[in-house]
Design a protein around this ligand. Structure first.
Ligand SMILES: Cc1ncc(COP(=O)(O)O)c(C=O)c1O
Length: 368
């Protein structure tokens, strides 16, 4: 059976993040905020070292591993500081003096990662889409990897520009992926990666936790001369509880992992996401050029869909019309403008149909 997400909520939330969460997760979380598992204590009140939270962490890790078929030679860590913290932690741990790292620059988030890594060591940009307004992503053959990089870095989904790419096949050095805005929207090829990380607040749960999945042999190469909180090895040794962790965010991520499994897993969810995004892309492509998508067709994101009408005034009118029809957070990111529809896993398919309907009636009544 096809995976599908429905909703009883009156507002459709197209936010890029924090973003829509599955209704059943919110309902379970609301119950467990009052009392977790008959313990008489809220999930927010339990000690992070007690048996109830041991169970929360153990289950979240086991469910995450099962959901994404994460091999046993990868550690699963729950960290703090957002995905942005990883921009610094990665070079602090994996970029030794005298070496360099290769970065693929596909948008604002990779630019920030490059900027942060440059404060730690030597960074080489192996491909950049900057001159083209970040409308596309490279094919594997386009990327000028160096054979002796300490690691190589790319982002699978560019939240702001609405572009997506698969793992490059040509990289010969340890490959690190920022999957903040498309993790668990499709299967992940672990054989191509040494590390994957993602902030939770798009496809995984509320803000406050960042998932890092790191191959053990790669982690063992990390530098150690830095404060404990920056060391992946310490977080791995301490089961992501070196200090007080963001228990509630980890607990919600655990519920989301179970929910994705209940939809049939990542293959099913990928099919659903293809179907959902196609509804909106068809509305753009069938609009006789009234709407223009930002991304090149070959690398369109299934998660974030930025587009424009013929003028900024019409963009604003579209967003206002959508808002009065119960569609929230459609304003594009300030660096791209226009409209952006974010349709993560938990966004209902009927919401895509409603947006496409609105696009069609709006274009018909505003076409000059
Ligand atoms: C692809 C990507 N990477 C990194 C980040 C930064 O995430 P955080 O706000 O958790 O630091 C974002 C935020 O939207 C993102 O979309």
């Amino acid at each position: 059976m096809n995976a599908t997400v429905t909703s009883t909520r009156t507002t459709l939330n197209f936010s890029a993040g924090p973003s829509v969460l599955p209704e059943c997760v919110l309902e379970q979380a609301a119950r467990d905020i009052i009392e977790l598992d008959g313990t008489g204590i809220s999930v927010l009140e339990h000690s992070h070292r007690g048996p109830a939270i041991d169970r929360v962490f153990d289950e979240a890790i086991a469910d995450c591993r099962a959901l994404a078929s994460i091999p046993d030679d990868f550690d699963i860590l729950f960290l703090q500081g957002g995905a942005s913290m990883q921009f610094g932690m990665i070079p602090m741990n994996f970029l030794p003096t005298g070496s360099h790292a290769d970065y693929v620059d596909t948008g604002s988030w990779t630019s920030k990662a490059i900027k942060d890594a440059s404060t730690i060591g030597d960074v080489r940009v192996a491909w950049s889409g900057k001159d083209d307004g970040y409308r596309d992503t490279p094919t594997s053959a386009d990327i000028a990897w160096t054979p002796d990089a300490a690691y190589s870095y790319y982002c699978t989904n560019n939240t702001i520009y609405g572009t997506q790419c698969s793992a490059p096949t040509t990289c010969k050095t340890p490959l690190i992926a920022d999957m903040s805005s498309d993790i668990f929207s499709r299967p992940i090829d672990w054989s191509k990666h040494a590390m994957v990380f993602a902030g939770a607040q798009k496809n995984m749960g509320p803000a406050g936790v960042t998932l890092a999945v790191i191959r053990k042999d790669f982690m063992s190469t990390a530098r150690t001369e830095m404060p404990a909180m920056f060391r992946y090895g310490i977080h791995a040794d301490k089961g992501s509880r070196y200090n007080t962790p963001p228990v509630f965010a980890v607990y919600c991520a655990g519920l989301v992992f179970k929910w994705i499994q209940s939809l049939g897993g990542l293959d099913q969810v990928a099919e659903m996401n293809n179907r959902k995004a196609a509804i909106i892309y068809d509305a753009i492509d069938g609009s006789d050029s009234f709407y223009t998508g930002h991304a090149d067709i070959a690398c369109r994101s299934l998660m974030n869909i930025p587009f424009t009408t013929p003028s900024p005034e019409l963009d604003a009118a579209f967003i206002a019309t959508a808002k009065s029809a119960g569609m929230s957070s459609l304003k594009g990111h300030r660096s791209v403008g226009g409209i952006r529809a974010s349709v993560y896993n938990a966004f209902p398919e009927e919401g895509c149909l409603k947006l496409a309907d609105l696009m069609s009636t709006f274009a018909a009544s505003h076409r000059s």
